[in-house]
Design a protein around this ligand. Structure first.
Ligand code: ADP
Length: 320
């Protein structure tokens, strides 16, 4: 293997730049040429290729987002789109491709490999942390810290005004951000799509807390569980408490990546290059119990990443 390419795809995640830097520098260290593809699979189809060198990744490790940009591409979901992408890679003598993204990006990557024999390696990056076979995806830790930061700030005003705050966080299909941030932020209740909840019980808990003299309450809602605005309205109606709703939205994705996300981005990026050099394909890297692991992408895509119910229980107990 002499020349490899890399791209970022799907939703951006803080720490993607650390992974890009690691891929580029590790590959150059081993004498490989590295091509960056802009705008994910769309750039692969439309020929947005840039040569990467040591200085193209200078001063990016601390930046959120992705210097390669990211995009979603409907065209890549078609066999014709993938054929064009493969031709573009071949014409440039590129033998291996590293895809930094979520499970959708991995599905696309593995099709490119199966249909056209391009060696692909996936690096999990999504703030949702919903990719199976890895404890963490790049970006999750930063997103959780962003949410905890917001909870801390909202707490100050919540205490001053003795209000109930509902905070809606990202997670259309999963409650990983809500659960970890809710636990770390000391939320009274955490509503996530994976676990049924009873709003009467949530309200009863709020009333119990109020009677005990609690100055404020914070409810975290994953967007996939319910609309924060709706939950706020119901709580207001059922309890009579002054209730405010904050939807954190894209604030959660931005900002400088945490040391953890930079570290796993660097480690995963380096391992991905090693895998391509060893002739591997259709693999994703992950981190399990602190160790970098390699998993078959198709196997991973068949698995379901499940929420840690013990953690959920603990959060409920501690918010009694
Ligand atoms: P993520 O990678 O964050 O899960 P998406 O699900 O939006 O984000 O996927 C990113 C891109 O990956 C899509 O825009 C598309 O180009 C490609 N992709 C997703 N699913 C498939 C699929 N089943 N077949 C081919 N390509 C896909």
């Amino acid at each position: 293997m002499r020349r490899i390419a890399l791209l970022t795809s799907g939703g951006d995640a803080p720490g993607m730049n650390a992974a890009i830097r690691a891929v580029v520098r590790k590959a150059i260290y081993h004498g490989l040429e590295v091509i960056g593809v802009r705008r994910g699979f769309s750039g692969l189809i439309h020929g947005e290729f840039v040569e990467m060198n040591l200085s193209s990744v200078a001063d990016i490790i601390h930046r959120g987002g992705t210097i390669l940009r990211t995009a979603r591409s409907e065209e890549f979901k078609t066999p014709a789109g993938r054929a064009t992408a493969a031709r573009n890679l071949r014409e440039r003598g590129i033998e291996g491709l590293i895809v930094i993204g979520g499970d959708g990006s991995f599905r696309g990557a593995t099709l490119l490999s199966q249909e056209h024999g391009i060696n692909v390696i996936g690096i999990p990056a999504t703030i949702d942390n919903d990719i199976p076979c890895t404890d963490y995806s790049i970006g999750f830790d930063t997103a959780v810290n962003n949410v905890v930061d917001a909870i801390n700030k909202i707490r100050d005003t919540a205490t001053s005004h003795e209000r109930t705050y509902v905070i809606e966080v990202m997670g259309r299909r999963s409650g990983f951000i809500a659960l970890e941030a809710g636990l770390a932020g000391g939320a009274e209740s955490i509503l996530i799509p994976e676990i049924p909840y009873d709003l009467d019980e949530v309200c009863a808990k709020l009333i119990r807390g109020h009677k005990r003299g609690k100055l404020h309450s914070i409810i975290i809602v994953a967007e996939g569980a319910a609309s924060g605005l709706e939950i706020g309205r119901i709580i207001r109606e059922k309890t009579g408490f002054e209730t405010r709703v904050t939807i954190l939205g894209h604030l959660q994705r931005g900002g400088t990546p945490t040391a953890f996300d930079r570290t796993i981005g660097s480690r995963m990026g380096a391992r991905a290059v090693e895998l391509l050099m060893a002739g591997e394909s259709n693999k994703m890297v992950g981190i399990v119990h602190g160790e970098i692991v390699t998993v078959d992408i198709n196997f991973a895509l068949e698995q379901q990443r499940t929420i840690d119910r013990d953690l959920y229980e603990l959060a409920s107990i501690l918010a009694i």
